[in-house]
Design a protein. Structure first.
Length: 351
């Protein structure tokens, strides 16, 4: 059995980790860390775990935790893990960080977009970006995995095949994305109150959202060069879900014609046909958040606009599962040589 500890276990992503790992046949949760609820029963914080999860919330003593477990999940705010990480901890346990602390290779990029000093840049090069479908073999060998963001997972996977195969100009890429309110976390914020969110939709982080450089960096690897995109997120009045609608100019063939629907579809199948958790939908069927809710699936599809010479790519996922905790468990399975889908056979909820 893999012994697991979770720091930040009472946030939404942490709670989703608890839910998934509770049903994982190869994992025993040994530690539930939460600064906000020290010594409180976990099931009193999340009553859905009554008689399912025993034990109290503990402090986040990462050194003590690393001595007792094989893997540490940190579902914590930006800056936490970078501020405490030491080589001795990585020698004791593997780490999967759900924050952005180790998603970049350049500390200057992190500090510019997050406005936080990076306290342990010596680990940035080693950290593996944990988008399993792209970095599976690297994840298997990793001690430290940087779990991708929810917007980024959806945005990258929807566009990756076409960027990788050179079918679109990535510098023309526009990502218009919507998220449910759980993406903002469980902390009390006026902007997330019911009366502020209900019957409303709003854009935020316009030209400044922190996931922008993450998408650019990862799709830049696919393109083989640095790229620049537009990314605009929106908040919608639902609990869960990400829907990303992406637009880019197609690269015309030497004869001036556009790639065909069949050619583009074959590229998506090339990259995703063998992927358990990426579902390429049938022609004319487009992703909806409802069809992935509560699951680790990402649904993707596309439509060519011959009038403008562009392609519209669409992706949908559950921001707390494939966008956070589910992907973290998928990474853990790879790191410990377990079946990749173990604990993640979650049928989407409906209605």
């Amino acid at each position: 059995m893999v012994k697991a500890g979770i720091i930040g276990a009472t946030g939404y992503a942490g709670a989703e980790l608890v839910r998934i790992l509770t049903g994982h046949k190869e994992v025993e949760i040994k530690w539930l860390g939460s600064r906000s609820y020290i010594d409180k029963k976990y099931a009193s914080v999340y009553q859905n775990m009554f008689e399912l999860v025993e034990g109290n919330c503990l402090d986040d003593n990462i050194g003590e935790l690393a001595d007792k477990v094989d893997v540490v999940f940190t579902a914590t705010p930006q800056g936490y893990l970078a501020s405490v990480m030491k080589e001795e901890y990585l020698e004791k346990a593997k780490f999967i960080d759900l924050s952005a602390d180790f998603r970049f290779k350049d500390a200057d990029v992190y500090e510019h977009w997050y406005q936080i000093e990076h306290k342990s840049p010596q680990f940035m090069e080693e950290a593996v970006y944990g988008l399993c479908e792209l970095n599976r073999e690297k994840v298997k060998q990793a001690r430290l995995v940087a779990n991708p963001g929810c917007y980024t997972t959806c945005s990258i996977l929807a566009a990756y095949p076409l960027v990788k195969e050179g079918l679109i100009d990535p510098d023309t890429l526009i990502v218009d994305a919507k998220s449910g309110t759980s993406g903002a976390g469980r902390g009390a914020k006026v902007n997330n109150l019911f009366c502020e969110v209900n019957e409303n939709i709003k854009a935020y982080g316009i030209t400044t959202h922190r996931h922008t450089p993450e998408i650019e960096e990862q799709l830049g690897y696919a393109a083989g060069r640095r790229i620049t995109i537009n990314f605009t997120p929106h908040l919608v009045p639902m609990n869960r879900g990400i829907l990303a609608t992406e637009y880019a100019s197609l690269i015309r063939k030497p004869d001036g014609s556009l790639p065909t629907e069949e050619e583009i579809r074959s590229v998506y199948q090339k990259y995703f046909a063998q992927e358990k958790f990426v579902r390429v939908l049938h022609p004319g069927v487009f992703p909806e958040t409802k069809w992935v809710e509560g699951s680790n699936y990402v649904d993707v599809n596309f439509q060519i606009d011959t009038r403008t010479g562009r392609v519209i790519m669409i992706g949908a996922l559950d921001n707390l599962v494939k966008g956070a905790a589910g992907q973290a468990v998928q990474n853990m399975n790879l790191m410990f040589g377990l079946p990749e889908a173990e604990g993640l056979q979650l049928v989407p909820l409906f209605p």
